[in-house]
Ligand binder design. Sequence first.
Ligand code: ATP
Ligand code: ZN
Length: 295
Amino acid sequence: MSDERLRIAIQKSGRLSDGSFELLKNCGLKISRGRDKLYGRVRELPIDVLLLRDDDIASFVADDACDIGIVGENVFEEEALTDGHDAPAALVMKLGFAHCKLMLAAPKEWTFNGPSMLEGKRIATSYPGLTAAWLKREGVAAKPVMMKGSVEVAPRLKIGDAVCDIVSTGATLDANGLKPVATVFESEAILIRNQTAFTPEKQAVFDALLTRIRGVMMSRDAKYIMMNAPRDAIAAITEFLPGAEAPTVLDLAGYSDKVAIHAVCRESVFWDTLESLKKLGASAILVLPIEKMMA
Ligand code: ATP
Ligand code: ZN
């Protein structure tokens, strides 16, 4: 592709789109587009955004129509297993949102005592590749039956004995007399790229975007935490802080036995974290969000 602008494909509307737009926004990219548009331009960097059905993203990236894309790992892996593309798109990194599980579900009246129960059964699914791979790993000879949608009605229609589908709350399964019995695949949104080498200009844009994405992901759960503490509690507090590197220790004017401790915590800071810090002698504890980070 001769165009020097990096082309990124994201889902137009659906369960991946809010997270994808938010990630790009947090990377400092403003996308000018209308909800109905299929294409958006970014002003800050030479990047164009294509808004597509999630099912088209991996093949558009593989076929060079786009350079990179954001898809569900479930869809990406399924296509890798079933498509037989010569040069499929490659996984760059996991993005930490749109978590979901592909689960095997069976009629509620089954007493499920392991995958071997599925021997010789038909399993209705939109993910025949991932389902077959799991059955193979479990050493069970069962037959995936492809269904594009409404998989959960299959047992009632006698199309399948069990189903394998994306489950969030389990309410849909429950309403159809089914219960989840095993996790087949755990998925989240991922960044994928075309396998052809980018031009140096495009590579530079891609590298800049990746650095920003890493920064956004690092700062997602990270907090800046500040507190006063007895000088002799520094070691205990440092040890306790979740995911913190060497904290900054500052003298407090007018106190020789007390210091201020500042640290970046890369993991979630909960109320019980603060309570434990207090027990270690900390006081005046402040927890602040971190907007941006670059390693
Ligand atoms: P499109 O119109 O783009 O084809 P779709 O209806 O096929 O959309 P969505 O339901 O928006 O797809 O789901 C897209 C992806 O979001 C899934 O493939 C999966 O990776 C992820 N996802 C996250 N949570 C859920 C969930 N609770 N149910 C289904 N998918 C989920
Ligand atoms: Zn889809």
